[in-house]
Design a protein around this ligand. Structure first.
Ligand code: SF4
Length: 261
């Protein structure tokens, strides 16, 4: 079996909060988010034998507790992801998947096979406004053949499947000026997520988008939101969600204590 390979990090402590992981980035993605930090692996082909990736995992095993499969969008490569997850399981590693939620049928198969311990799911904008969601994933700038309503349906299905399973779930929104990050955006996302996350106290993370490495040149000159601005966004989510985190370059991961802000 082959995988369309992007790159890897042999030991990461930031891709799965609280865990040391090897991160494998698989190539290809159906979206073109203007702030994407991995634009060099969204397209193209670098087919490698799966054994090559097994060897990378083996090489990190003394230092890690987990495998994170990221991208691009890793779930475009269902068979490779299943194989890597099975291999990691055999080696006693936890398995985490970073996903944009566009492949609920693959998520369902992974859950049926008990192959994943934690999903890290992007909710990129308010699902109440499919046109804006499609703008945030680059549909119009890149003339993607994606139907906005279908995108939202698939992502909602993914969220529903994961939230009803035994797997852990972290939902993330990347905020970037001019694209997504108003208090109204975050309140709408929080309200949508509430039935899926609140009762189970699953985390919602507001991530500081970093424009300097963005795929879209138009974004590269703008200033990122500050930590204080992310805290204000967190307040907008609070009526709907209580386990809210912010993730910034300057301070890393912080669970927001709403009694203090
Ligand atoms: S940020 Fe968007 S374009 Fe980049 S890998 Fe994730 S979903 Fe794909």
């Amino acid at each position: 079996m082959k995988a369309n390979y992007g790159s890897y990090i042999s030991i990461s402590t930031v891709d799965w909060h609280g865990k040391a992981a090897i991160v494998l980035f698989l190539r290809g993605c159906p979206f073109r988010c203007p702030y994407c930090q991995n634009s060099e692996i969204l397209t193209g082909s670098d087919l490698v034998e799966i054994k090559t990736l097994h060897d990378k995992i083996e090489g990190s095993i003394p230092f890690i507790s987990s495998l994170v499969i990221s991208g691009g969008e890793p779930l475009m490569q269902k068979d490779a992801v299943k194989e890597l997850a099975r291999f990691a399981r055999k080696k006693g590693l936890l398995v985490g998947i970073h996903t944009n939620g566009f492949y609920p049928q693959v998520i369902e198969e992974l859950l049926q096979g008990s192959l994943v311990d934690s999903f890290f799911l992007d909710i990129k904008a308010s699902v109440n406004d499919p046109i804006t969601y499609c703008k945030v994933i680059g549909c119009y700038e890149h003339s993607l053949a994606l139907e906005p309503k279908e995108v939202i349906e698939k992502i909602t299905k993914s969220l529903d499947l994961i939230s009803r399973s035994d797997a852990d779930l972290e939902v993330r929104t990347t905020v970037i000026p001019g694209l997504v990050g108003s208090k109204e955006d975050i309140a709408a996302i929080g309200q949508f997520l509430s039935p899926y996350l609140k009762d189970k106290d699953k985390p919602y993370v507001i991530q500081q988008g970093l424009p300097e490495n963005a795929m879209s040149e138009n974004l590269r000159e703008i200033k990122p939101f500050t930590r204080e601005e992310l805290l204000e966004m967190a307040k907008a989510a609070y009526p709907f969600l209580h386990n809210v985190w912010i993730r910034t370059k300057e301070a890393g991961n912080e669970r927001v204590d709403f009694e203090l802000i």
